[in-house]
Design a protein around this ligand. Structure first.
Ligand code: ADP
Ligand code: MG
Length: 144
């Protein structure tokens, strides 16, 4: 087991639903520690840069529009196997295919408005964390 960090985001659809607290609880219940957190309303350039890997796909323009439609909560999560664990806690991209009890199953509206984001691999986690946070914005504390 290795301690990892991953970038998580609570997307604008989840803020509209008033479930920030519920989602933070699920994060901590999954033994993932929130070590950085900020509310941020992405502008177009910021959202396009974040999702640059999807540029050219049919859903890209709509995705950017959605992600800039309201604020997000961006976070760094830390824990054992944090990247895979957060992906599991979120569930599949399409809420209709997401396993029962996952965030996207419980709170996703459709394949675009799916409540949360999580990095998918160590290299994307590194890029995405640095995209939103300076090293000195990531804190250290112990659970006792
Ligand atoms: P994930 O967020 O599960 O890593 P992707 O990286 O494939 O999924 O896609 C990024 C985001 O783009 C998704 O979370 C979702 O908001 C949106 N998206 C993905 N596929 C589609 C699609 N086919 N139609 C509309 N939006 C999509
Ligand atoms: Mg992805």
């Amino acid at each position: 087991m290795t301690v990892e960090r991953t970038l998580a985001a609570i997307k604008p659809d989840a803020l509209e639903k008033g479930i920030i607290g519920e989602l933070c609880k699920r994060i901590e219940d999954a033994n993932l520690k929130i070590v950085a957190m900020r509310m941020q309303h992405l502008d177009r350039a910021r959202a396009e840069g974040f999702y640059a890997v999807h540029k050219g796909k049919a859903f890209f323009d709509s995705l950017v529009k959605f992600m800039t439609s309201g604020p997000c909560v961006v976070m760094v999560l830390e824990g054992e196997n944090a990247i895979a664990k957060w992906r599991e806690t979120m569930g599949s991209t399409n809420p209709e295919e997401a396993a029962e009890g996952t965030i996207r199953c419980d709170f996703g509206t459709n394949i675009e408005r799916n409540a949360v984001h999580g990095s998918d691999a160590p290299d994307t986690a590194k890029f995405e964390i640095a995209y939103f946070f300076e090293p000195n914005e990531i804190v250290k504390y112990e659970w006792v």
